[in-house]
Design a protein around this ligand. Structure first.
Ligand code: DGJ
Length: 699
């Protein structure tokens, strides 16, 4: 039973390995009593009451509440703030009802005076070890109620000494994992950019010195692709309060009579060690979030010439590239930015999703047919939320961009942001993109977003509603992609935002993969991929073999590029026209090798074995395991200190299984126990050396 109820006052929510207990304390507040390894005896919580551990403080501040509201002697960051027309800005409630329907518990809190109900919803994913929380705020009266803050979930972790893990990232440097102590003040991660952003994950991960394999790890992922906020705050040196949800900065949504606001969900879990956290999130994402059609299928090997040719695409050149790509074994040929009307650089064209007749005089049809004849599928880049001033769309509808009446609109990459709160805009974009997909045999779309929001003003909204734009924009994006997917269920969709600027569990529900980063320098990539893989599935981690030295002014052996990219959903981004016969043959070899391994990489379990440390002789190594197969990727940055051999202990194998593998042409046969306890000694020397080793269990 995932949900057990004691005296209608204590609720034990259990997954396979985790329990979460909420209770209504004597004063009527809904509080958290327990979160951790599974507990089966609800009677243990019969006397769950809140005990003051300090005499001189208002009790409300101390309670580990499930829905703390602004005011009411709560001086910490609270998870709900609303405003009634008379200026009252707090929420005082009684529990109105509790209901259990299957795997979902709803506890409804009702204001003692105003006609407002806040429903706290908990869904238990028993097999996947995840607890989902979300809230619904209902205005049951006639007068408007303004929501100024409504987090998706509130959690509490008892005691002090917690560390918080998140990212300290930026464009071309996403997913840089970092842990910090939650010791005093608040630790906050947020986005104020209109999208998820490159800096932090909409997530919390709290631990007390956990490692890959040990230590309590408590985590929560917000399913939201816009402004978010995560706060970890030690309260009165007693517990850490965790809040996660839509950012309350410049946020206000007014609910008219009878209207309701549903927050995005947060998916929370508990694991022993970071590896178990990654596995829980990956399994959950595959079972419950990823669009079904491709969730269990490995992604195709793609070719994308963006890094090689940028905006300079044309029919002849792309056809030639397609011929070479097909010879390499590529399965999906993608034309990136530059194919549409007037798009010769970043100053024109966005918004006009029709083909540029100067570059493709016969339309896209002949190129698509060519690509298909070569045995590949065809893919295309778009950036639907954006418009250039130099575009037919902007000339026709200058009022369709976010703007303030008396301010010039700021540009970034020469573009404005379309007003996705305006249903006419969403409808127009749907019409245009639907036509593009109906008229051309397009199997894959890369949806990009290359600027952040600035002037949050809209010609479609009353001025008082402008602070709802940050939220409504994301709803508009979701509405558009939802409609497009419904109309074109066979299309594969990639989510991109100047690299990995929109990677989150909200976008994951609408897209089949993420573009991880514009940085394809393999050394940087290994660190980016390491951090990414903590919280997001490898199956969604697009990675290309390029010659990408431009960002850092350095180059690598092709094997190093290839092996780093093979750790994710592999693609190629090199200029194939500039490649020698030898280089093409080498690339074809990697494609063939990857196709053999991709099931294990994309659908297997990931183990992070070793990470580059400060010393130059350290290794980065990741291992994937699926059924009786495993593959290990190892990378050496520079070597040195006369240490050619590196000991690597494998993980996730069957102790009693016998595994065959070869290192540099020499075959070996060892038990899983030996591989995991003793480990292999891998010879890696010199700058940027790498190896891929496959392990096959004997039947
Ligand atoms: C940013 C993306 O991250 C790149 O991969 C590429 O698609 C460019 N935009 C195109 O403008």
């Amino acid at each position: 039973m995932p949900i057990v109820n004691l005296e209608d006052r204590v609720f034990l929510l259990s997954t396979r390995d985790m329990s979460y207990v909420v209770y209504i304390e004597r004063g009527g507040a809904l509080c958290g009593a327990y979160w951790g390894p599974r507990m089966d005896r609800i009677e243990d919580f019969a006397d769950a009451i809140w005990l003051p551990r300090c005499a001189n403080a208002p009790s409300a501040q101390y309670m580990m509440e499930e829905c703390s509201a602004f005011g009411n002697m709560r001086f910490k960051e609270t998870s709900l703030k609303l405003c009634h027309p008379d200026g009252t800005r707090d929420f005082r409630y009684t529990v109105e009802y509790k209901s259990v329907e299957g795997d979902t518990l709803t506890i409804a809190l009702r204001d003692v005076h105003y006609p407002v109900r806040v429903k706290l919803c908990y869904r238990v994913y028993e097999q996947e070890n995840i607890l989902e929380k979300w809230r619904v705020v209902e205005n049951l009266g006639g007068a408007p109620v303004r929501l100024d803050r409504v987090y998706s979930g509130e959690f509490g972790l008892d005691g002090m000494g917690w560390q918080s893990l998140n990212y300290n990232g930026h464009w071309a440097g996403e997913f840089q994992a970092c842990s910090e102590e939650v010791a005093c003040g608040k630790v906050t991660y947020e986005s104020l950019r209109g999208n998820t952003g490159h800096a932090h994950a909409p997530a919390f991960v709290l631990h007390q010195g956990a490692t890959e394999d040990s230590g309590d790890v408590f985590f929560g992922m917000l399913a939201w692709s816009g402004n978010f906020k995560v706060v970890a705050q030690p309260v009165e040196r007693q517990y850490v309060s965790l809040l996660i949800g839509v950012n309350d900065t410049d946020f206000a949504v007014t609910l008219g009579g009878g209207e309701a606001f549903t927050t995005p969900s947060v998916y929370a879990g508990y694991a022993q060690g970071f590896t178990a956290m990654t596995h829980a999130l990956t399994d959950f994402a595959r079972a419950r979030i990823m669009p079904r059609r491709l969730a269990d299928a490995p992604l195709p090997v793609l070719y994308n010439a963006w890094e090689a040719v940028e905006f300079h695409v044309n029919e002849t050149e792309q056809m030639r590239l397609a011929e070479v790509a097909a010879q390499l074994g590529v399965e999906l040929f993608v034309v990136d930015d530059g194919w549409f009307k007037g798009r010769n650089g970043d100053a024109a064209g966005l918004g006009d999703w029709v083909v540029d007749r100067n570059k493709f005089p016969r339309g896209l049809g002949p190129l698509i047919e060519h690509v298909k004849r070569l045995g590949m599928r065809f893919g295309l880049w778009i950036e639907p939320e954006m418009v250039n001033e130099d575009s037919d769309l902007y000339r026709a509808h200058p009022e369709w961009v976010y703007r303030y009446e008396n301010r010039p609109v700021l540009t970034f990459r020469n573009q404005y942001m379309l007003d996705m709160t305006n249903l006419d805009v969403v409808q127009y974009l749907f019409g245009m993109l639907d036509a593009l997909l109906r008229e051309n045999d397009i199997a894959y779309v890369k949806w990009d977003m290359n600027r952040y929001a600035s002037e949050a003003g809209s010609s479609a909204l009353a001025a008082a509603d402008y602070p709802s734009i940050w939220y409504r924009h994301v709803e508009g994006v979701y509405a558009l992609i939802r409609r497009l997917r419904e109309a074109h269920p066979e299309v594969e969709w990639e989510c991109c935002s100047s690299g990995g600027g929109r990677v989150d569990y909200g976008a994951m529900a609408f897209f089949d993969e993420f573009w991880t980063s514009d940085n394809t320098d393999p050394l940087d990539r290994l660190s980016i991929q390491w951090g990414y893989s903590l919280l997001y599935p490898v199956r969604y981690m697009r990675a290309w073999l390029t010659s990408g030295g431009a960002l850092n002014g350095r180059g690598f052996p092709m094997a190093f590029y290839a092996h780093a990219a093979m750790c994710g959903a592999f693609g190629i981004g090199r200029d194939l026209n500039a490649a020698s016969e030898g280089e093409l043959a080498e690339m074809a070899g990697y494609v063939a090798e990857y196709k053999r391994l991709r099931d294990v990489v994309q659908l297997g379990k990931l183990y992070r074995l070793a990470r580059f440390e400060a010393g130059r002789d350290s290794l980065c190594a990741v291992q994937y395991v699926k059924d009786g197969r495993s593959v290990l990727f190892a990378f050496l940055q520079a070597g040195g200190f006369a240490r050619p051999y590196h000991r690597l202990r494998l993980k996730g194998l069957a102790e009693g299984g016998i595994y065959n593998y070869a290192i540099d042409g020499e075959t070996h046969k060892k038990s899983g126990a030996w591989l995991m306890r003793h480990g292999i000694d891998l010879k890696l020397q010199g700058a940027y050396a790498s190896r891929v080793i496959e392990f096959e269990r004997e039947a």
